[in-house]
Ligand binder design. Structure first.
Ligand code: GDD
Ligand code: MN
Length: 239
């Protein structure tokens, strides 16, 4: 059997300071564990020059490891994954944030867990076991808790962290979910898990710690919160 390959989708918007570190950490962690991987960077025309940094990293790590799939302008997180997966050559897809909030050390744990139960999806969760959030202010904690609570009550998805974006998918499963998905922004993550349950896919969970970014700022504004709420209601009405 051919060895598994993992395509990591890394959406970026103004992540110039974070990108070299996260790429270095991914490469170190996965190489040391003997994991075959590629990183697909989807930059949405960041004004801070993230794409130039990405090009430098491609020179250092090689075109097989670092693949650039930029878009002209900021088109949202959900569609960034959909754009990135089209160029993935792995049989597994990993999605994670580029701002060091998601530590690559959890990736070998995701892979181990996936193999144990032949899961279709492994979802990193902040809300069970050793999982947690570090560095968020009360407002941000309430938004995340509230978003998860509402979604759990309304949609009963059978997973503990619906809005998290550190996950592993079988590629063909993610493609099927995307085909059924209507979300463009942050609500994408939740829709994936809700649809997965609808289709009867097996979801495993691994506790992760989410550490708030040190460089740059979050792109989650009031607009995204409203989009999330309308997305949630749309899912409630349609699933
Ligand atoms: N290409 C692209 N386009 N990338 C984007 C966009 C976009 O429109 N918006 C955000 N990103 C990238 C960021 O550069 C970062 O790598 C990642 O997506 C997450 O964005 P953040 O702005 O850092 O999100 P956050 O820390 O506020 O939110 C985190 O927690 C949320 C709630 O749990 C993320 O993990 C979210 O995905 C999650 O829903
Ligand atoms: Mn972040």
């Amino acid at each position: 059997m051919a060895q598994n390959k993992y395509s990591i989708l890394l959406p970026t918007y103004n992540e110039r300071e974070n990108l070299p570190l996260i790429i270095w950490l991914i490469n170190k962690t996965l190489s040391e564990s003997g994991i075959d991987f590629e990183v697909i960077i989807i930059d949405d025309g960041s004004p801070d020059g993230t794409l130039d940094v990405a090009k430098q990293l491609q020179k250092i790590f090689g075109e097989k490891k670092i693949i650039l799939r930029p878009r002209e302008k900021k088109l949202g997180l959900g569609t960034a994954y959909i754009h990135g997966i089209k160029h993935a050559t792995g049989n597994y897809i990993i999605i994670m944030d580029a701002d060091l909030s998601h530590h690559p050390k959890f990736i070998p744990q995701f892979i181990k867990k996936q193999k144990e139960g032949n899961y279709d999806i492994i979802s990193g969760t902040r809300y069970i076991g050793d999982g947690g959030v570090y560095g968020w202010d009360l407002r941000r904690k309430l938004i995340s808790r509230g978003a998860n609570f509402l979604a759990r009550v309304l949609l009963r998805p059978g997973a503990s962290d619906l809005t998290g974006s550190f996950r592993l998918y079988k590629k063909e499963i993610l493609e099927k979910l995307i085909a059924a998905c209507g979300s463009k922004g942050y609500v994408f993550q939740m829709e994936m898990i809700v649809r997965a349950r609808q289709f009867g896919y097996a979801v495993g969970e691994v506790p992760i710690t989410f550490v708030d970014r040190f460089y740059g700022e979050s792109k989650l504004g009031g607009n995204e919160v409203i989009q999330y709420a309308t997305g949630l209601l749309r899912l409630f009405a349609t699933t």
